[in-house]
Design a protein around this ligand. Structure first.
Ligand SMILES: NC(=O)c1ccc[n+]([C@@H]2O[C@H](COP(=O)([O-])OP(=O)(O)OC[C@H]3O[C@@H](n4cnc5c(N)ncnc54)[C@H](O)[C@@H]3O)[C@@H](O)[C@H]2O)c1
Length: 381
């Protein structure tokens, strides 16, 4: 088994919460990966997520390694901000020197940046920028991107879901389903799930089910996503009081059993697994979350001819925002970043699904081969 480059174990002196930082690899002196906060996070989970980040960064064409932070604490607890602050304080030397970080499940970019500022760190990617020649331009573009508002929402909260929507549309086209006819079910209505829903809805997809931590909301004619967006809080939980009566409220597991074309797991890990994979009726799965489909489930889905678009491509939009800006060729405007990302992801999905069809291999394997070949190209930063 691969050994991580560095693993920290931290205990919050005030609450007893445990936290970890895992650096899977350092490349060019840097590593990148967000910080998640969830009750039950384990060191092993953070190790796996950091490994995925190494592949994701290579897939985006940026020569930095993968990392991840994890804090075992409920993100909705009133002490959560204090816990995050103390975790950042303990890990500030790494963030200053080589760890480019950002939001993840249960944390928000604006909170991380604000708390880092309080610790005297200018941005969550200060380590990288401070070592570049054009640092002033990069910092200006980054600040523009981090504060950009698109259709009333922060770009940082939209960009990963935008990538998920692009990947879903391109993958459906490639497997011969007309996107406008496609029915979609999504688990998670936070940064990733809600923004994927928003862009898919704008493209004309019928989103028939959305699940959050309180259960599944279903309407077979397609949910009004604008309404659901207006009913969600900043943690991605939907207020049921404002729902029309015709919307059914089903249990939390139902989202994956519905008669849909696409499933987008965009909340937690290991949610499609050996126990429930037999209930899946969709013919495409797009991993919005990290590691939402277990290896066993993925093997069964492959046998059934259901492609699983891997997380390190499908949800790379958040990391892609940083890559777009740090690459130096894109300024911080939302439209430019969407164009950069949409272009890269369209080519990637096309290449991956062409290999899947030609060689009869799982999408994950095709994607890893592509990522490895990209790492060798001269354009690799
Ligand atoms: N935010 C990003 O930019 C980003 C980027 C790449 C990957 N990811 C991954 O995407 C996933 C979601 O991240 P996010 O930022 O959207 O999180 P978030 O905290 O903004 O939202 C999480 C959503 O999942 C729901 N949820 C939580 N636990 C659940 C459960 N047990 N059952 C059903 N629903 C549940 C919540 O109600 C909420 O709707 C995570 O796996 C994260 O690692 C996030």
């Amino acid at each position: 088994m691969k050994q991580s480059y560095l693993v920290t174990e931290w205990v919050d002196q005030k609450t007893g919460a445990k936290g970890y930082m895992v650096i899977d690899e350092l490349k060019g002196g840097f590593c990148a990966g967000g910080i998640r906060m969830r009750q039950g996070v384990t060191k092993e989970e953070v190790v796996r997520l950091a490994e995925t980040m190494t592949i994701k960064m290579a897939g985006l064409g940026m020569a930095v390694g993968g990392a991840k932070g994890g804090i075992d604490f409920p993100s909705n607890d009133e002490e959560s901000e204090g816990v995050l602050k103390r975790y950042l304080e303990a890990h500030a030397p790494y963030i200053k020197e080589y760890w480019l970080t950002s939001e993840d499940l249960g944390t928000r970019e604006e909170d991380i940046v604000r708390l880092l500022n309080e610790l005297g760190i200018q941005s969550s990617v200060q380590a990288f920028i401070s070592k570049q020649n054009n640092k002033q331009l990069l910092m200006k573009n980054l600040q523009e991107a981090m504060t950009a508002i698109y259709e009333g929402q922060a770009l940082t909260e939209l960009v990963t879901g935008y990538g998920v929507a692009v990947v879903t549309e391109q993958a459906l086209k490639k497997i011969g389903t007309e996107p406008a006819q496609a029915k979609v079910s999504i688990q998670g209505f936070g940064s990733v799930g809600a923004s994927a829903a928003k862009f898919l809805y704008q493209k004309g997809f019928k989103i028939v089910a959305v699940a959050d931590i309180d259960g599944t909301i279903y309407y077979k004619e397609g949910l009004d996503i604008d309404l659901l967006l207006s009913l969600k809080d900043h943690r991605g939980n939907i207020n049921r009081n404002g729902l029309p009566e015709r919307y059914e409220q089903l249990s939390g597991e139902k989202w994956l059993e519905l008669d849909v074309d696409v499933l987008i797991p965009a909340a937690i890990a290991d949610v499609i697994n050996a126990q429930n994979v037999r209930f899946v009726k969709a013919n495409l799965i797009v991993e919005g979350a990290n590691l939402p489909v277990t290896e066993e489930a993925e093997a069964i889905l492959f046998e059934k001819g259901v492609p699983v678009i891997p997380d390190f491509i499908a949800n790379s939009g958040g990391a892609g925002l940083f890559v777009a800006v740090l690459d130096g060729n894109v300024d911080g405007k939302a439209e430019e970043i969407f164009t950069f990302l949409g272009g890269r992801l369209t080519i990637t999905i096309d290449t991956v699904l062409t290999a899947v069809a030609k060689e009869n291999i799982p999408a994950r394997k095709a994607a890893k081969t592509l990522v490895e070949s990209l790492s060798k190209e001269e354009s690799y930063l």
